[in-house]
Design a protein around this ligand. Sequence first.
Ligand SMILES: NC(=O)c1ccc[n+]([C@@H]2O[C@H](COP(=O)([O-])OP(=O)(O)OC[C@H]3O[C@@H](n4cnc5c(N)ncnc54)[C@H](O)[C@@H]3O)[C@@H](O)[C@H]2O)c1
Ligand SMILES: [Zn+2]
Ligand SMILES: [Zn+2]
Length: 342
Amino acid sequence: MKCVAIKGAKEFEIKDIEAPKADGKKVIIDIKKTGICGSDIHYWVSGEPKGLVMGHEFAGVVVDPGDRLDLKVGDRVTALPISPCGKCEACINGNVQFCQETWTYAVGLSLDNPGGLTSRIAVRSDMVLKVPDNMQDEEVAMVEPTAVGLHAAHLGRIAVGDDVLVIGGGIIGLVSATFAKMEGASFVALTETNPARGEKSVKLKAADAWYNALDEKTVPTLMEKTHGGFDVVIECVGNAAAVNSALSLVKPGGIVVLVGVSLEPIAIYSALAVTKELVVQGAIAYDVNEFKSCINLISEKKIDVKKFVDDVVPLHGVQASYERLTSGTDSAVKILVDPNKE
Ligand SMILES: NC(=O)c1ccc[n+]([C@@H]2O[C@H](COP(=O)([O-])OP(=O)(O)OC[C@H]3O[C@@H](n4cnc5c(N)ncnc54)[C@H](O)[C@@H]3O)[C@@H](O)[C@H]2O)c1
Ligand SMILES: [Zn+2]
Ligand SMILES: [Zn+2]
């Protein structure tokens, strides 16, 4: 079967790999839709590891239920892509996202476990979740990034009436902003360097207002508007400029949630965190309950994530989609891949 694999820096290749076979344990899933994630972009940019088949956000159909007696051929499913050991302290306490093994064998993020940029995958059976019939494949593929936003909003400990700033209007920023509103924020602002994405965040009602991060008036304007800073800032970019603007724009004693990832060390003004006695809170992935909550929230139409999907492309459209998502000017934030599309 055809797959899209990393070949080099910013370069994919389409090649043949062997389809996974039923082993009585893993669930074999035919992929219907797979999302391209901002984290995948870091791997694509670096070109490592070569041969990686990404795609950790997916909707599919069971072709072999493995050891899951409650599943049958044809069931519509998604899965947590992570691979927690189940035995360590973090796993026992329900914090599977901290488990040392969680990312080592993750689907679409490790060489041994190809993700959804192909037509058929094998997934650890205890990570597979059935989805309600009323959910479309596009919505199912959006569960994983939605859960990242829910986790970030939870860790922001947002109170009713809070002013919340989201930095970065990629999909993680858009879902974080949406949840900030749902958790009671009275004003949700978003900063972006890409005006097309900034405008989109307001048009799609994720944020109340957007501000250009490259405009030097943005920081003073927002400080004045919030009378001295935001209660909570959710940083969804991962570079020094974004983290430093988070530290600048949060009020004394406020909370900065760091969701954005940098693979390199970055220089930050730690004195801002010291002098304002900030709570700087990291956020990685989600726990199992948050993932399940997102399935329910989407299925019950409490949150609309389909509006964030810009395009659905075939495997040969993946390279161009990555280029589009990293152009810095295009409005697209979420592109899904359908491996069955010609
Ligand atoms: N912690 C986690 O569990 C987790 C999960 C998924 C993604 N991530 C990370 O979160 C980040 C966002 O993911 P995404 O999928 O939305 O990525 P994305 O690349 O689509 O979005 C990032 C956005 O930030 C904007 N930006 C760049 N510099 C900025 C600045 N100084 N100020 C404001 N905006 C700026 C870009 O224009 C872009 O729209 C990535 O670093 C990704 O790796 C973390
Ligand atoms: Zn993701
Ligand atoms: Zn563990």
